[in-house]
Structures are given as C-alpha cells and as structure tokens.
Design a protein around this ligand. Sequence first.
Ligand code: PMV
Length: 325
Amino acid sequence: MQQATAIAHPNIALIKYWGKRDSRLNLPAVGSLSITLDALCTRTRVCFDSTLGADSFLLDGVGADARRVTACLDHLREAARIDTRARVESSNDFPTAAGLASSASGFAALVVAADAALGLGLPAEKLSMHARRGSGSAARSIFGGFVEMSRGRRQDGTDAVARPLLAAEDWPLEVVIVITDSDAKSLGSSAAMMSTESAPYYAAWVRSSHPDLRAAREAVLAHDFDALANVSVHSCLKMHALMMAARPPVMYWNAATVACVRRITALREAGLAVFYTIDAGPQVKAICQPEARDAVEHALHSIPGVAELRRSGLGGAAHVAEGAA
Ligand code: PMV
C-alpha cells in the first residue's frame, strides 16, 4: 500500500477564470489572478491498494462519484507507470460545492497526496498542471498568497500554468467570507461555463480579460489597494453579467448576496479599504486591509440572510501533512 495525506486551501479569483479554450484538456479561455485563503482547509488521504478493483471516493464521510477523481489520478498513475486503484478520503472544514472553491482545494490536495503516495516528487508547476485537469481553479491552489494563472497559447496546454506572484506576508490582506447559503449549488461551474459561451458578448469577455489581468498584476506588485479593488470588482461583475446574458441564464445570487454587495460598496465609498468578489455561488468575499476588518464584519453580520462569517488571511500553499499516513 502506498499512502499519503495532503492539505490544500481554497483560493478566490480576483480576476476571474470563466470559459474554456479546450474542454478536453480543461484549458482556460482567459488568465486569472487569485488569493489563497489560509483559514479554510481540505484534507485528503490517498491510499493506492493493489487489492482494489476500482477507485473509491469518500467526501465529507459520504460515498461520492469517483469519476473526476479517477480521471485526475489516471494521469499520475501514468507518470508512475502503475495501474493500482486508490481509496480517496477527503474532508472540508467549510461548506462543500457551495461557491467556496472546494473543488480548487480538493483537486490540489488530491494531486499533492497522490504525488507523495507514489513517490513521484513532481515539481510544483507539474502538480499545478495535474490539478488544473481536475478543476481549472485548482491549478492556483498549489501555491499560497497571490497567484497568477496564464491562459497559455500552446494547444497541448503546457504554457497554461499557475505561478506565485507575491507572497502572502508581502501584502497580508484579509478576507471576510460571508456565507449566505451553505447548501450545494444547483449548477456546477463546468456546466455553467459551457452555457455562458452562448452569451452574445462572450468574445468581448475573453478579449477584455487581458488588460484586466495586467492591471491586477501591476496593482498587486505595487500594493495598490484601490487599483486592485477597481479591476477586481469589474472582473467579478463582468463574469456574472455574462452568466445572466446566457441562454438559459445562470444566476447564482440571492437577496443577501445583493445586500452584501450594496453594503460593501457603501463602506468603500465611505473610505474603508474593502471590496467584494463573488464566485459560482451566492457567497460574498470581502477583501480588506487588516485595519478595516472589524468594521467590515460588524457591517455584514446583521444583514438578513447572512448565515455565517468566516475570516481568513492569505497564505497556505498545498503540502503533505507531516506525520499523517
Ligand atoms: O475551477 P472551476 O471549474 O470550479 O471554475 C472556477 C470558476 C470561478 O470560481 C467562478 C472563477 C475562478 O477563477 O475561480
């Protein structure tokens, strides 16, 4: 038996990945930029066992569909030249599949654990590539802090890779995660992405992502909070507008999502260093300077429909859990 356990953290995109240029290889249509959250955590144990006839997958203690896990492990098995099946057990300390990027941390943890179990010792860029095949955003969760993911141009996707952009300790922003609904979402991001390619301005979305990415990269490197806030909010709303313009339309927001957006906008207009982003779900993430965090939490917790607030710093590259089998 070859086994290992790994820990990975979700990341949230400030410049969004939405749309695929190759769905078989899971290559993104646009580049993206994210922050990895140190307070939320996925823990995954992978055990390759020659007595197994098929991979099995336990997610938060419940048997789950193993197909995406198998597809991801197959690439690592190929690299290790083995055919042994695996038992995979994964748990999240936050709501699963609810727009909190559990697939990002999930596939990052899976790849890191499988790499360790098989003794492959792949470099981080290769781990990131394998994670991307499971879930596009997972490529970024291999790294901590601020991370940039290139769209790439090559057909084989070898240049569609994530790279660390800035260490968390170099600009320690904080995030208040506002959970407005902890149920699993009804439409997964892959299906939603495919349908939004029917939106009339999909091509404009792809084209306009390049200047957004450049502006965000420059803002991060210059520690320019206002510039990062402006381009991040723009990227977020542009992505959701694209979803709403698809046929059929995709609408992840609920009433509390909208109320949080309005409240955060008002706080920013009043001079607080805070902005928001929203992914494929109704949760809102408020990104702020550390000194603004208490005021942000205070303003958001009383909004009707807000179920829970979680706070997080940045950090957390995916890693093998020391001492765990
Ligand atoms: O990695 P996926 O397929 O779950 O897609 C992620 C999509 C967003 O979270 C909405 C944006 C992003 O860049 O993470």
